[in-house]
Design a protein around this ligand. Sequence first.
Ligand code: TRP
Length: 359
Amino acid sequence: MKKIILTGDRPTGKLHIGHYVGSLKSRLMLQEQGDYDDFFIMIADAQALTDNADNPQKIRSNILNVALDYLAVGIDPNKVHIFIQSEISELTELSFYYANLVTVSRLQRNPTVKTEIKTRDFKESIPVGFFTYPISQASDITAFKANIVPVGDDQLPMIEQTREIVKTFNRIYGDVLVLPKEVLPENEACLRLPGIDGNAKMSKSLNNCIYLNDSYEQLKSKVMSMYTDPLHLKVEDKGHIEGNTVFTYLDAFSTPDDFKKYYPEFANLDELKKAYQQGGIGDVKIKKFLLQILDNLLKPIRERRSYYEKHIDEVYNILKEGTMYAHSIAKITLKEVKDAMKLNYFEDEKLINEYIDEH
Ligand code: TRP
């Protein structure tokens, strides 16, 4: 079977290190392994509009920002097609047909949609497009026959919904669509990176993000202000790891190699954790270690970004070509879907003969 990878992001802001460990890192790994037939990354502008209908400029101005973030982290346009969702009108057509295969109560049970409705405070005014975006996400995935979807765990309900649509579609209309499977980040800390203030979610509105394009100075001031352990007042005090954001970040980002290079007193994170819990390790010390690790990660990202910022026309063309290619694939799938649903009347005149046979 072919191996097709697809994933995407809503262009509602620039990407942060939560996106990096949550999904960009697995994309880079898949890209480096190179063992796939096609790899798509979609800028989900149409999905972003489902809760930003009154702010189209916000979405538009983030298209190139997000594309820059992809290229900056090392997504290689020769290996991956980056495209824009709204340019592929086939996706909306697929959604219209898939909507017949999903019940309202099934959508109401979607845990991600449920939480998002609460956080957006829609109350009784949930936009229909927002409520049904799991269906549109099924179109995104199936239009390209993707079977591998690298995402964060908040997206699992979307993959599950897609799998149900695929099964129902194939049962009724025949084997056309492909069942997708998620690829999740490897460790718990990566699944949901907290904000620098210790809040469970890193989010623009909470102003607690470290962005991929933060300068060294911005990074430094954020790391130095991170939430640690309020009971750890003096260096000698016993420290707590649980809920200590610096340690959660070290869980997500540090490797034994980092210890060798920047903190040779300890062989690995477990040893440092033990020592911190016993007392005698200051917060400034662990923050400086984390700063070193994060700066190492962000430095090459800043450099690639600065190249592409100077060659923004290149970025524009990458998007244009990626979108053209994606469009050509989605067209083929839509044709297969409509054929399976018997929605093809004018390719030949069979409809006339069927009428005659029936009468
Ligand atoms: N819902 C995803 C997000 O919030 C974006 C997205 C849209 C997506 N369509 C997709 C992700 C298809 C994976 C596959 O970021």
